[in-house]
Ligand binder design. Structure first.
Ligand code: BMA
Length: 336
């Protein structure tokens, strides 16, 4: 599979302020693409309000596919696929929405995982109906027809992605239920993708003044590395003028993904550019997908910006791991 063309990915570095005195100098972890935003209302072949929070995958023919959340002018969201040879421009957008009629208030925020054992893509998404937002799952080979599993995690639950392989013989799903304990990240296991159990918290929202206090959730699907499952998660800071959605990093054990090995202390990416700061919901960066370059290291992170458009930032998996090693706390999945 060919990687997306990353030519010109240079400008506007995200400067990370190191938290630890004496740590290495400021350095960029993600670089915004100079053509951002890549997709917005103006690109769409039919009338919409906004396009945001897309799942992403590199197809076998080398195309990048974004499964976009599109909000129409009724306020409800649906999914629509956009394909591009280089993952940056000349998007070929489906001429009509994908029909998922059961979710009467729309479907949102898809995360795509290719599952080699099934030779299919698993799409975990938020399905919004009378009971509130829940997690639904569908399998597809081509993003044109889908085998629908319906709601697999009852409301209120969001921010889900399937791991690409079984762990100890069972499928594993990361998700974010709202419970009496708060808005934390959980893992659940299943023998057949339909019946889920062994629910465990894997990462808690911190408390007090932290950037990721009170509410967190998985962003793009976990990345399997030699050091563990690398997860990019969002933290929501409540302020007097609204919420700020920023991104952080955590690493989990490969064969026991409920075990957090390291967690970053500061955020690594937050709303700074005008298209991230101003939109339908200000101050939001919200990735649901990434593609990995053929070098096995380049990460192309596709994110919704200000709930209005889709943007791209590029980084290095090695760079993220090395930052986590020097800026993370060990095995600290719990709130404090
Ligand atoms: C979250 C989700 C996302 C959205 C974000 C900011 O709860 O609903 O779809 O981008 O809020 O509004």
């Amino acid at each position: 599979m060919n990687p997306p063309d990353s030519t010109g990915v240079a400008a506007e570095a995200v400067i990370l302020k190191q938290q630890k005195p004496g740590a290495c100098a400021d350095r960029p972890l993600f670089t915004r693409h100079p053509g951002n935003p890549l997709l917005s209302q103006d690109n769409w072949p039919y009338p919409i309000n906004s396009v945001l929070n897309a799942g992403a995958v590199l197809l076998p023919d080398g195309d990048t596919l974004l499964l976009c959340r599109v909000e129409d002018r009724s306020g409800l969201s649906h999914l629509c696929a956009a394909r591009s040879t280089n993952g940056i421009d000349k998007w070929r957008i489906d001429s009509k929405p994908k029909e998922f009629p059961e979710e009467i208030w729309g479907i949102e925020d898809p995360r795509i995982t290719y599952v080699p054992e099934l030779e299919q893509y698993a799409v975990a998404y938020t399905s919004f109906a009378r009971g509130g937002p829940g997690v639904s799952l569908a399998l597809t080979k081509d993003f044109r027809s889908f085998e629908r599993f319906g709601v697999i995690m009852s409301p209120e639950d969001k921010d889900a992605a399937l791991l690409p392989r079984r762990i100890g013989g069972r499928w594993a799903l990361i998700h974010r239920p709202m419970t009496a304990l708060g808005a934390h990240m959980w893992i659940s296991y299943s023998p057949d993708l339909r019946h889920w159990g062994s629910h465990k918290i894997i990462l808690e929202a911190r408390r007090g003044g932290w950037w990721d206090a009170n509410k967190i959730g998985l962003c793009s699907p976990p990345i399997e590395t030699a050091e563990g499952w690398l997860m990019i998660y969002h933290g929501v800071r409540q302020t007097a003028s609204g919420s700020i959605y920023r991104l952080g990093l955590a690493l989990f054990d490969l064969e026991k993904p409920e075990v957090c090995l390291r967690r970053g202390n500061s955020w690594i990416f937050g709303p700074e550019a005008p298209y991230e700061r101003n939109g339908d919901v200000n101050d939001v960066v919200f990735p649901c997908g990434q593609t990995i370059g053929t070098d096995g290291d380049t990460i192309n992170l596709y994110y919704g910006a200000a709930d209005s458009c889709i943007a791209l930032a590029t980084g290095s998996i090695r760079g993220l791991l090395s930052w986590l090693n020097s800026n993370g706390s060990q095995a600290d999945s719990r709130a404090f």
